[in-house]
Design a protein around this ligand. Structure first.
Ligand SMILES: [Zn+2]
Length: 477
């Protein structure tokens, strides 16, 4: 991915330097930091993201139990389970469903049986001409439920098994396949997709509580408003793959933390988590713009993360193209400058050392991108990075032959702060280099750091309280 800019050295310099000469011509620069993907790794779109505005349904009453980390909520007597609607597919023309016991398709409104099938015999539900069809025969229903003989039966969609029940809904555009299941069963289908089941039991428990908390926070929010379900099954929310994904270790961690959810000020928290912090997590307002009292910057041991150090290189034309493709084109790039999000030059950084953004100036104007935007547009692993330039020079050897120069950097280790408050000039022949740490947005629990804590003997609740400031863990049923 890195390209060398070829340039020929004057003979006099060659004589002085020998056969291969490294030439550092770039300007040292300060870093800019970045974040990662994964679950709980998106900024919520809802305007109520501030805790002051958290919705009533997630405010499971007033429970103050400082000092006692985990406590059953006495006044939750009425709550035995929380059910989630998880979208497995939407805008479909047809869907194959089944169950591992004999099952019926039931009209979702009237409860009338539409058809019955033997165990594991799939049925095709489709839409055509504004109507739903069961194995090609038109029906009047717009909502169809797959009803099994017992609650322990597994329903199937596209040959994959799921706990709970399935609903097929014709919403006017196509079929939605919705898996209705308990919060606990949902977390079992999520945990192994978000963290390796071979990891330490205490970090698996911490992840189980984070995934459960994230799901409960999402219930009735973003997706529900427009689409009628609580969560999708992709990385947008949390990756959910049903029974096929489940493992013994992960299920044990879910059961060991049954019903446990993180609260701040009596409200379910937005339990963002990410892969690797790079050494320090971030304050929420420096990444997504919103202040959340429990998403504060903390340091951790990220040294054994495979993402602790990374480097990405782009030629200046590649940088120009990426900016253009994201609607932030500046023409021929002339300079880069570390900035605050407003575009004014800054000298500081966020709490963890992530930069606030870069101002790109070119022949047709300038654009300011935040660290988080840079992470997405350039496909970087995190927004915790330094930017520098480097340039390479192929040489003409003493015999008159050309010798390839090696890639050389501008010596960022010696002078890493050159970009602070001043623009880094770009002539067009440099390679722009991002040297970074960590993987993800940097908010909340960092999985590799949490793993390190668990391996050194921390319990899961201590891990969670390290990453989520001043939270209380409570059992909701
Ligand atoms: Zn989603």
């Amino acid at each position: 991915m890195f390209q060398y800019i070829k340039r020929y050295f004057p003979k006099t310099a060659i004589a002085a330097a020998g056969a291969v000469l490294l030439l550092n011509m770039g300007t040292a620069s300060a870093g800019v930091s970045v974040l990662h993907p994964g679950a709980g790794n998106r900024p919520p779109k809802t305007p109520d993201w501030n805790v002051e505005n958290s919705r009533e349904e997630n405010t499971l009453e007033q429970y103050k139990n400082q000092g006692e980390p985990i406590k059953r909520l006495d006044s939750k007597k009425g709550v035995s389970a929380i059910t989630l609607k998880v979208m497995l597919g939407e805008s479909l023309v047809s869907a194959a469903v089944a169950a591992d016991t004999s099952y019926k398709l039931v009209d979702g409104n009237e409860g009338k049986t539409l058809a019955s099938f033997a165990a594991n015999v799939p049925v095709r539900v489709s839409v055509d001409g504004g109507r739903m069809l069961i194995n090609g025969e038109k029906i009047n229903s717009r909502i169809v439920t797959v009803q099994t003989e017992s609650s322990s039966a597994r329903v199937k969609y596209n040959n994959a098994a799921y706990r709970g029940t399935l609903q097929l809904i014709y919403d006017g555009r196509g079929l939605q396949v919705i898996n209705n299941l308990s919060l606990e069963d949902y977390v079992k289908g999520v945990l192994p997709s978000e963290m390796s089941s071979s990891w330490h039991p205490e970090v698996l428990k911490a992840q189980a509580v984070a995934a459960r908390t994230f799901a409960l926070y999402s219930k009735g929010k973003e997706h529900s408003a427009s689409s009628g379900y609580d969560l999708c099954s992709s990385t947008h929310c949390q990756v959910y793959s049903g029974v096929a994904a489940e493992t013994e270790n992960a299920n044990r961690a879910v059961d060991a933390t049954y019903g446990q959810v993180m609260y701040y000020d009596n409200k379910v928290i937005y339990a963002a988590f990410h892969s690797s912090s790079g050494g320090a997590t971030e304050n929420s307002e420096d990444v997504w713009g919103n202040y959340l009292p429990y998403l504060r910057s903390v340091t951790d041991d990220d040294s054994r993360s495979p993402y602790h150090n990374w480097t990405e290189r782009f030629t200046v034309p590649q940088v120009q193209k990426k900016l253009e493709a994201s609607g932030k084109g500046v023409g021929t790039l002339q300079s880069m400058e570390l900035t605050a999000s407003s575009g004014t030059s800054i000298t500081g950084r966020s709490a963890s050392g992530r930069a606030y953004g870069i101002k790109f100036t070119g022949s047709s104007g300038s654009a300011v991108l935040t660290g988080e935007q840079l992470r997405v547009i350039f496909g970087l692993k995190s927004s915790m990075f330094n930017v520098r330039t480097e340039r390479t020079v192929p040489l003409t050897g003493g015999s008159g032959q050309k010798a390839e120069g090696k890639r050389s950097s501008n010596g960022v280790t010696a002078a890493p702060a050159a970009m602070r408050g001043s623009a880094m000039k770009i002539s067009g022949s440099e390679t722009v280099v991002f040297d970074g740490h960590g993987f993800g947005h940097g908010l909340g629990m960092a999985q590799y750091g949490a793993k390190a804590m668990a391996e050194k003997g921390s319990r899961y609740d201590a891990v969670l309280k390290h990453y989520y400031t001043d939270i209380v863990i409570q059992e909701i049923y």
